[in-house]
Each structure stands twice: as structure tokens, then as C-alpha cells.
Design a protein around this ligand. Structure first.
Ligand SMILES: C[S@@+](CC[C@H](N)C(=O)[O-])C[C@H]1O[C@@H](n2cnc3c(N)ncnc32)[C@H](O)[C@@H]1O
Length: 289
């Protein structure tokens, strides 16, 4: 199923693309946001789109549009790539975090605990070596507890870590359903599906170093924006949202940006009804001074 862009109308309203303006989409994915932005910047506006996923970039390359520049790279290299391509002036930047439908449904890399897949969770297998399975196999009990607690905000972090360390002495934990079953058995009557979501989130964040690179990218984005240009970020859990909120406050304190959204915007009930994956989305906007 094609990825449905989240908060599309709100993104367009806040970026407000005009003809001949240039934008960056740090997470171009299925192109839902990017292609809409590009359609509003005719005839000469350009869009620079990043994605770590080769599959996503290859699909979008089939669209023959020379105003669309695609790079298969980590958005943490934003500033370097912009310099390499001599791209600008930049009127707006979008970062849509979270998982695309492609990653969840067809990547076979274990992003969803609803399917039996290898515990991989790399956004870019071509450039990353470290997988979720390696974390499960190699990390100490303390280190596992720490990531489940810090990156998953999981109440039963220690119990889950302990169970993993005990089981892995006897058998290899290699698949999503194996890990999910282990957590369910360990927590027994305390088990809730949210524990799975939290542990899977923690592993994904650790594999892809997601929080650190988000903070770095926000700073780079603010640096390269044209005055009046906007940085729009959609996050999907409280750890990401906190980083966005604190970074924007820091930019304001430094006198380099205004915060446009005092409170984050969330999808309407209607959007959540049509696209349940939008339910935890939060959108924040800052404007470069
Ligand atoms: C929620 S999807 C974006 C969907 C897109 N806005 C659309 O409308 O189709 C997030 C995308 O970000 C990509 N991604 C995640 N982390 C990344 C990173 N550090 N650098 C570049 N792309 C990344 C994923 O591969 C995924 O395709």
C-alpha cells in the first residue's frame, strides 16, 4: 500500500511553497509531501530529497522531473550535501520522522512485531552494519535495560533485559515474533501490546542512532535556511518531540528563530480515521530570523 503523507495540508500551509522557491525534504519516502511541494514551486523551484532507503530513492527516480534532486544519504549530512550540490536559497525544510508504509510492510527488516521477520531494523543495510539482532545478542543486561528505558520509556525494561539475557544462553533470538513471544511470556499478566511497541522503538532508535542525528540535523537545518524560511518537523513519539521542542527553544534563545507553533499540531479525528498511522504525529514549526 502506498504511504499516505501525514498532516499534508498543515505541512503545505506552514511551508507555503511559492513559484520558483527551493525546499528540502529530509525524509522523502514515497514522495507524498515532496511532490506536492514541488508542484507548487513551478516553473523553476527545486526540491532536494533525502532518504536512507535505496528502495524509496529508486522508486522516486522513475519520476522524470529535473527539478527533483534525490540523494540516498542520511539527513545528518544535510549541510555537506547542500554545499556539494550548491543548493539554495532554501525556503523551507521538512523532516517527517517515523516509518513509511514500505518499511513496515515490504522491507522484511523487522520494523513491525506483527510479522515474522529477521531482527534487523536498519534503514540502510547498504551503509549500516549494526542490526537489532546484534544488540539482542551482544549487549549486557544493564545496557539492554538502559536502551529499553531511555529509548522506549518501557516500565518493564529490566525484566525484559533479564529475560533476553537468560534465553540467549540457550537459543539465538533472531526474529521479531521470537522476541515478541519472549516479552509476552516474561511479563505474563502484566503484558500489554504497548510494551512490544516500546521495546521495538528502543531497538530501532539504537540501531539507527535516531535521536542524536535528529538534534544535529535540526541545528544544521536552521543554519542553512534562508531568513524567513521554515523548518517543519513531524515526530511520532515523545522522545523525538522533546528534542524538537528543546532545539526550537534553544534557537529562539540564541535569537536565530521564532517558534511558530506554540503547541504542536496534531491530526484531526478525520485524518486519524482515514490513516490510523497518523495518530501519534505532532508537527512543530520554527522560522529562521
Ligand atoms: C515517514 S517516512 C516519510 C514519508 C514521506 N514524507 C511521504 O510523504 O511519503 C520516513 C522516511 O525517512 C527515511 N529516513 C529515516 N531516517 C532517515 C535518515 N536518518 N536519513 C534519511 N532518511 C531517513 C525512511 O527511510 C523513510 O522512508
Amino acid at each position: 500500500m502506498a504511504h499516505t503523507p501525514v498532516l499534508l495540508n498543515e505541512v503545505i500551509a506552514y511551508l507555503n511553497p511559492q513559484k520558483n522557491q527551493n525546499f528540502i525534504d529530509c525524509t522523502v519516502g514515497g514522495g507524498g509531501h515532496a511532490l506536492k511541494i514541488l508542484s507548487l514551486t513551478k516553473p523553476n523551484g527545486k526540491l532536494l530529497g533525502f532518504d536512507l532507503s535505496q528502495e524509496a530513492i529508486l522508486k522516486l527516480q522513475q519520476i522524470k522531473e529535473n527539478r527533483l534532486i534525490l540523494v540516498c544519504d542520511n539527513f545528518v549530512h544535510l549541510k555537506t550535501i547542500v554545499e556539494q550540490y550548491n543548493f539554495g536559497p532554501i525556503n523551507g525544510i521538512l523532516i517527517d520522522l517515523g516509518l513509511s508504509s514500505d518499511l513496515l510492510e515490504t522491507s522484511k527488516r523487522g520494523f513491525s512485531f506483527a510479522k515474522d521477520e529477521p531482527l534487523d531494523m536498519r534503514f540502510s543495510p547498504a551503509t549500516q552494519d549494526f542490526t537489532a539482532q546484534m544488540i539482542i545478542r551482544q549487549y549486557s543486561k544493564d545496557k539492554l535495560t538502559e536502551i529499553f528505558r531511555n529509548f522506549g520509556e518501557e516500565k518493564f525494561a529490566r525484566q525484559t533485559a533479564e529475560a533476553i539475557v537468560n534465553i540467549r544462553k540457550k537459543e539465538n533470538i533472531t526474529s521479531t515474533l521470537q522476541l515478541a513471544g519472549l516479552i509476552e511470556t516474561t511479563l505474563g499478566r502484566r503484558f500489554h501490546i504497548k510494551s512490544l511497541a516500546r521495546v521495538f522503538q528502543a531497538l530501532r532508535i539504537e540501531v539507527n542512532n535516531e535521536l542524536e542525528i535528529l538534534e544535529q540535523t535540526l541545528s544544521q537545518g536552521m543554519e542553512i535556511l534562508n531568513p524567513g524560511g521554515r523548518l517543519v518537523v513531524i515526530s511520532f513519539h515523545s522522545l523525538e518531540d522533546r528534542i524538537v521542542k528543546l532545539s526550537f527553544k534553544k534557537f529562539k534563545k540564541e535569537g536565530i528563530a521564532e517558534i511558530i507553533t506554540k503547541k504542536p499540531l496534531i491530526p484531526t479525528d478525520e485524518e486519524i480515521r482515514i490513516n490510523s498511522r497518523s495518530r501519534s504525529a505532532k508537527l512543530r514549526v520554527a522560522e529562521k530570523i
